[in-house]
Design a protein. Sequence first.
Length: 271
Amino acid sequence: MTDLYAVIGNPIAQSKSPRIHAAFARQLRQDLRYEAILGPLGGFQGAVEGFCAQGGRGLNVTVPFKLDAFALATERTERAEQAGAVNTLKFEGAGVVGDNTDGAGLIADVRGRLDVMLQGTRILLMGAGGAARGVLLPLLREGPVSITIANRTVDRATALARRFHPFGPVEGGDYARLAGRRFDVVINATSASLYGEVPPVPSGIFAPGALAYDMAYGSGPTAFLGFARDQGAGRLADGLGMLVAQAAESFFLWRGVRPDIEPVIAMLRAG
């Protein structure tokens, strides 16, 4: 019997998840069907119940329902608890397991695909919203020397740093405090690139050979990656690899097998 999975969000037409998971299924010869569900605003639980009534086994969850998914889960992984949001649901009998695969996707892309080791590095994480929160614990588990969170609203950066300080060396502040400092890895977790903008970072923040990583992606380099190239960053990467890698983590949670992300990234790059 073909197993049923889906992604739910609003809007949802732009989602690449159906193509990604269909490619995973072909690659690993898994008998499954993957759909996209336009969830009604204010009607997340009802949509999930309807999906389960059809025999649904698991859901990817995107905006604006990640907090609804967190509340719905009867069991959550540690990374979901710390992120305060769920992007993957697995239905097991009467139970609902909630996970957050964003951080695992970032690590898989940076360490696994790009071969950039994070242990002993100085990391700058720009932004203090859900995207940043979802990756902090996995980043700290990699053993960096420090993680610095920079955000326009300073209170959000310092609050996030306080929350995650028990897990490792993390500090928060504004962009002005970055002047004169250099980082080995600079991650853009803000929405600035979606608007063709660059976070207000000072010049000179990239250490020799530094990786500039933008969680956003598009048909060409983002505004941040253009800035990083001009500032002498050693390597540039957008978030398409993270998107596919976090999907692979969801697939592993559901099916117990891990896809190869490289050919799927190549497929998406090709259009």
